[in-house]
Design a protein around this ligand. Structure first.
Ligand SMILES: Cc1cc2nc3c(=O)[nH]c(=O)nc-3n(C[C@H](O)[C@H](O)[C@H](O)COP(=O)(O)O)c2cc1C
Length: 327
């Protein structure tokens, strides 16, 4: 199937869309892929849920959008047999291009069930990677933090590579730090220099100058999370097109497109509720829109805010896919 996926994608310079629970869903992945993300990573998915939890191929978190490619599915869990079973399902149900093991999520609900806890029990993590590799003919990667409460990332990365990981992503903070302080890119660089497999660096890339600086820091690629919310153009810039800067009209069109994709994916109510936190990020120069954007509940309301009221008798008042479907 697809072993060698990462090496293949890393032949060109660019950036990767980070897994982000509540954000890196199908609509966001589609917009970022269109702008040239090297690959995208799904929100984390419970391995146990896939194997024992009554989940199926229609799970929103895993289901690809039509035609989706280059999408890595991230799994969390702590049992090798369960991870092996979940890997098979992620490959079959979701068309994963590769699999990623979550070793960085610090939220308490994962405590004792994988995520960042694996930073304290690396031997378990190594067994999980080996089990995943044995279950499917796909690349398996792991996404770590520097450690639980101190930096032991070099040791972890070397162990993971020996266990069969084809790539390692490092978020340059410890789990104890959660999202405070700054990501330590010197530590990420030290990991990259210590293993034979490619290392992707993650943490605090919000703009092009930072991205370009990090691209030169010895990593195989950079990963962008929060900085990509409302800014998919960063991926085109990362591919070497620094002038790919959207004007206001393109921001409006992209925000509307994101909204329509969300409505198709989740339905209007849920889709727009979920997008409320994202919409203001498309319009940093329009703080006066913020209050209304975070209360949007219908597509016509959003269209009205972004494009103004429809002009009576206008020959080419913009029509939306939504209007066409409804009329
Ligand atoms: C809202 C949110 C959700 C996240 N969910 C995940 C996740 O599901 N799996 C994971 O490995 N990392 C997750 N992360 C961590 C990101 O992938 C990334 O490593 C981190 O945010 C640092 O990168 P950034 O500064 O570019 O956002 C999440 C981060 C945020 C802010």
């Amino acid at each position: 199937m697809n072993a060698g996926f990462y090496q293949d994608r890393l032949r060109v310079k660019g950036a990767v869309l980070a897994p982000m629970a509540g954000y890196s869903d199908a609509p966001m992945r589609q917009l970022c892929s269109e702008q040239g993300a090297l690959w995208t990573v799904s929100e984390m998915i419970s391995a146990r849920g896939l194997v024992h939890g009554g989940e199926n191929a229609s799970l929103d978190l895993g289901r690809p959008y039509p035609g989706e490619q280059n999408r890595v599915v991230q799994l969390f869990g702590d049992d090798p047999e369960v991870l092996a079973g979940a890997s098979i399902r992620a490959a079959e149900w979701f068309g994963a291009a590769a699999l990623d093991l979550n070793m960085g999520c610090p939220v308490p609900k994962l405590r004792g069930r994988g995520g960042a806890c694996l930073l304290q029990t690396p031997d378990v993590a190594y067994r999980l990677v080996t089990a995943m590799r044995g279950a499917v003919p796909l690349d398996v990667s792991a996404k770590i933090r520097l450690g639980w409460d101190h930096n032991r990332a070099v040791e972890l990365a070397q162990g993971l590579a020996a266990a069969g990981a084809s790539l390692i992503t490092v978020h340059g903070r410890t789990s104890a730090q959660k999202y405070t302080g700054e990501a330590d890119w010197d530590a990420i660089q030290a990991v990259a220099a210590s293993v034979d497999v490619p290392v992707v660096g993650s943490g605090d890339i919000q703009d092009l100058p930072t991205l370009q600086r990090r691209q030169q820091g010895g990593v195989a690629a950079v990963m962008v999370g929060r900085g990509a919310v409302g800014n998919p153009w960063l991926f085109a810039q990362a591919r070497g097109d620094p002038d790919r800067v959207p004007d206001h009209a393109e921001r409006v069109q992209t925000a509307l497109r994101h909204a329509r994709l969300n409505v198709q994916w989740y339905g209007e109510r849920r889709g727009l509720l979920q997008l409320r936190k994202v919409l203001p990020r498309y319009f940093p120069a329009r703080p006066e829109w913020r209050e209304r954007l975070v209360q949007i509940s219908t597509l016509p309301e959003l269209e009205h805010l972004l494009m103004g009221p429809p002009v009576r008798g206008a020959v080419s008042a913009p029509r939306t896919g939504y209007d066409l479907v409804r009329s």
